[in-house]
Design a protein around this ligand. Structure first.
Ligand code: HEC
Ligand code: HEC
Ligand code: HEC
Ligand code: HEC
Ligand code: HEC
Length: 432
């Protein structure tokens, strides 16, 4: 797709990650086998600095958050469909990053100013601190200048990472990203590259921190418990998605000014969707039919059939001509058109448009087009559910970015009704 990637992009974002991965495994393996010239770095000082554990746990948590975001981007996008939840997520990670940064800066300061603290530090630690500093400030800058990263990374970074894992590196999805974000990615690869030279990998090399076996064993137990905890919490996560929050309009089913039934008209009477929403083939909006369009039938059908039959029966019993009947719901339709009881236009009555309550709403900064979908063969059902069974229309999908993007990805892979389509996931497809 498009122009071939810039050579610098390729060097930093394709060659570097693979080099880092190879370095990681080769060096760790070499050290594990105690091959010269790698000598294992010394064990950590007996009493770790408090600041260091602050940033240590911080880094673990941030790395964990990134890994989760990269493993389950669809779920993260779904979670983000509610602005409040997205805000909570991003502010949470930002606070965590700031705390980690504070811990790191304090650690570095302590080592700079205290000779005793410096003793427990080796050269590789200094380099690691510097790299972490770059990575953390870079990450915080990305969070501040390019907010909603938890959303956009799902469509940009994740496809890139997945292509790396497939050994088929593809820079399409990140080619156009701002330099700051590319830099953040590249410096992450530098960090991974350097890790085998630090004592962070020590547990991998000699299977522990050379502590007494009892403590090492208790650490293993803790790790096992933590993994167990994570796996037991995972099945609960989808339920969190379902918690209705302000802003998530799935299930929205407002009362309408006239009790118009899709079940009756589109289901029982088998009217096609396009006979009333014909604009869906032509442009952005499907449109709501005007009251005049209803009159092709409702000039005659002024009440449900059974009411006519009942009136006819009654009139026969009472031996009189059947009276015209108008159902209360359809009376509202006639009132809106300014018609009198004889269905004639009455100039003393004002025409008032029916104020249908709009159910599906996308934010104004998005671009959506019915015709692109309808003409590609996407069924109304796909996005609106079984409307022809609904007495009152209900919003079935959450209309979130994650939902749109997921379907575009699936449709590109599998086509629509086995016809190939090319929906795009470029930001500009759906945003102005
Ligand atoms: C007889 C005309 C008619 C037919 C046929 C019809 N609709 Fe509608 N539709 C309406 C009217 C009137 C409204 C506005 C009132 C309402 O929401 O129920 C509406 C509203 C809707 C809405 C909600 C729009 C919004 O967000 O406010 C959707 C979705 C919809 N129709 C889909 C369909 C689908 C899908 C079909 C075919 C299965 C269909 N309609 C068939 C007349 C029709
Ligand atoms: C790809 C998903 C998708 C498909 C397919 C789709 N719609 Fe929609 N529909 C939407 C979205 C999203 C909105 C909200 C649009 C907005 O707010 O701008 C919407 C809004 C509507 C509305 C409200 C009026 C409007 O145009 O904003 C109607 C009526 C409607 N759709 C009917 C239909 C009918 C009938 C079909 C099938 C012919 C259909 N839709 C197919 C996603 C879809
Ligand atoms: C193709 C013909 C046709 C069209 C077009 C049509 N309707 Fe109907 N509608 C009917 C029929 C037939 C019934 C009565 C069904 C029955 O016997 O219960 C009905 C029933 C209704 C009722 C229920 C009346 C009651 O009191 O139970 C309402 C409300 C209604 N229509 C509104 C509308 C509106 C609003 C439109 C335009 C958006 C519309 N209809 C378009 C054929 C149509
Ligand atoms: C049911 C799957 C599906 C869903 C859900 C969906 N799309 Fe699409 N989208 C498609 C397909 C298929 C096309 C047509 C691609 C083609 O014609 O090659 C398309 C095309 C488009 C286009 C036109 C692109 C162009 O190149 O002109 C836009 C814009 C768009 N979608 C926006 C959205 C938005 C916004 C949402 C969410 C509110 C959404 N889509 C949800 C499947 C989907
Ligand atoms: C297929 C359509 C589609 C594509 C492609 C898409 N978006 Fe969106 N985006 C949406 C829709 C729909 C919304 C509004 C619903 C929501 O907030 O989830 C949205 C919302 C957003 C928001 C606001 C988030 C919020 O919660 O308020 C941002 C920021 C955003 N998109 C950025 C991007 C960026 C950056 C890209 C490209 C990497 C992108 N989008 C690609 C459809 C899309």
């Amino acid at each position: 797709m498009g122009t071939p990637p810039h050579f610098l992009d390729r060097a930093l974002l394709v060659v570097l990650p693979y080099a880092a991965a190879v370095a990681f495994f080769v060096l760790v393996a070499a050290q594990r086998l105690r091959l010269p010239p790698f000598n294992t770095p010394p064990p950590p000082p007996l009493r770790p600095l408090a600041e260091r554990s602050l940033f240590g746990y911080g880094v673990v948590a941030i790395v964990g958050a990134h890994i989760v975001a990269f493993l389950i981007p669809e779920q993260v996008l779904r979670w983000n469909s509610d602005p409040f939840r997205r805000h909570a997520l991003e502010v949470g990670v930002l606070i965590l990053s700031l705390l980690t940064l504070v811990g790191l800066v304090l650690t570095v300061a302590r080592c700079l100013f205290s000779a005793e603290a410096r003793k427990g530090i080796c050269f590789s630690d200094w380099v690691l601190y510097a790299l972490l500093l770059v990575q953390l400030t870079g990450g915080i800058a990305v969070a501040l200048f390019y907010p909603w990263g938890s959303s956009w990374s799902g469509i940009t970074i994740v496809p890139y990472l997945r292509s790396l894992v497939r050994l088929d590196p593809n820079l399409d999805s990140i080619g156009g990203m701002p330099h700051l974000i590319k830099l953040h990615l590249a410096s992450a690869w530098v960090l991974v590259f350097f890790l085998p030279f630090t004592r962070v990998v020590r547990p991998l090399i000699i299977g522990g921190w050379e502590e007494d076996t009892a403590r090492a064993r208790s650490r293993i137990v803790t790790a096992v418990l933590l993994v167990g905890l994570v796996f037991s919490v995972l099945p609960l996560l989808p339920r969190l998605w379902a918690i209705p929050m302000p802003g998530n309009h799935r299930g929205y089913e407002p009362e309408q000014p006239i009790a118009f039934s899709h079940r009756l008209h589109a289901g029982e009477l088998q009217m096609s969707c396009l006979s009333c929403h014909g604009d869906a083939e032509k442009g952005r909006h499907a449109g709501i039919p005007s009251a005049n369009a209803c009159m092709s039938c409702h000039r005659l059908v002024t009440a449900p059939l059974r009411d006519f039959q009942a009136e006819a029966r009654l009139a026969k019993e009472e031996n009189r001509p059947a009276r015209a009947i108008i159902s209360p719901e359809l009376a509202k339709l006639y009132a809106a058109l300014g018609l009198d009881e004889k269905m004639q236009p009455d100039s003393s009555r004002a025409k008032t448009p029916i104020r249908w309550v709009k159910i599906h709403n996308l934010p104004s900064f998005t671009r959506f087009d019915h015709s692109a979908h309808v003409n590609a063969g996407v069924d109304c059902k796909h996005c609106h559910g079984p409307v022809e069974t609904m007495e009152r229309v209900r919003q079935v999908e959450d209309l979130s970015m994650g939902w749109c993007v997921q379907c575009h990805r699936d449709a590109k892979e599998h086509g629509v009704a086995s016809r190939p389509v090319r929906p795009s996931n470029d930001c500009s497809t759906c945003h102005h």
